[in-house]
Design a protein around this ligand. Sequence first.
Ligand SMILES: Cc1ncc(COP(=O)(O)O)c(C=O)c1O
Length: 391
Amino acid sequence: MEWMEQPLAELKEQSLLRSIRPSAAIVGKAGRIVRDGRELLDLSSNDYLGLSQHASIKEAMIQSLQEEGCGAGASRLISGSRLGYEQLEAALAQWHGTDAAVVFGSGYMCNVGTIAALAGREDALFSDRLNHASIVDGAVLSRAEHIRYKHNDLDHLESLLKKHGSARRRWIVTDAIFSMDGDAAPLRELVELKYRYNAGLIVDEAHSGGVYGAEGQGLAAELGLSGHIDVHIGTFSKSFGVYGAYAAGSHTLRSWLVNKARPLIYSTALPPSVIAGVQRALLLIRQERQRADAVRGHARLFRETFTRAGLQVTGQPDCPVVPVMTGDAESAIRLSEELLLAGIAASAIRTPTVPANASRVRFSLSSAHSGQELQEALSAVMNITSRMGMR
Ligand SMILES: Cc1ncc(COP(=O)(O)O)c(C=O)c1O
């Protein structure tokens, strides 16, 4: 094991060593956490709608635990599927306006499993360079030709689609909202390209689900493009406040994934209580849109304030992922640590998650944050970044 020590020491030297810090939730209080005995404003989680502490979701989960027990026991293909899974999948399909949906253990498993099941050796997979790591890993596992186009660069993508015209099948895959930049994929143009070059289009709504769309279906729905997306992917770990994920599309897609997606076939199904919680969260997301309106307003406030102050911020005006660019990793760590001293948890994001000179601190907002909490956080960021000479 000694061989690991030197590379780890080098990571430390470069401010790139990662560690997992203990933290605790505060019962009933989304948007805050406890670390080292101190209560902090949590701007590091993706609990965009504050549902991770919602009383009615907890009740649904507790009731299911009492009635159905703790674990599912096996893969659904081995021991069968409980009613809750089928009901949830029907509701997800109805929500997206698709024929069917299938639930996976997590967003990571869903992307890896779906992409590796859909694309094969003779196919070409066109993937935005900033797509999430789970899409990259799915592409590698698929053994398809993995072609990464420059971020949101439609001309580059089109030139690559032309160049790889002889592939058996072509797939375009993109995050709807990019997790580290908070910007949106040009879905309308991607739909045009998909038709022009006879490609399938897979859209990962991990960070847009719950937030965008009339009933929270995501960015494709917000833009009126749902019917043109071949595979909708979403996760229950962010806006839903629970855990798990899904792929939605045609009946044939569902049947293919049930037969070919290895993380679905060879892994135990999510606990029934998680499914019960997700079912309840879906109802809240569809019916109570005020949380999405609130978090989008928070995002506008953060971006406007940062931009006016001369900080470098990326992304859609109302996207709850708000990154402040620092460039080097040391500054990202310093900003994050000084914020911590001010009672705010916000993560420093460094390579390999983002390019080496594009380190940043990412602020993830939640509808659970109050106006006062946001103002306090903004003034802490202003003070610290001014002291650091960032503006
Ligand atoms: C775009 C995107 N897809 C998928 C995932 C993975 O989802 P999960 O956390 O449910 O595994 C993430 C999570 O960070 C993500 O940002």
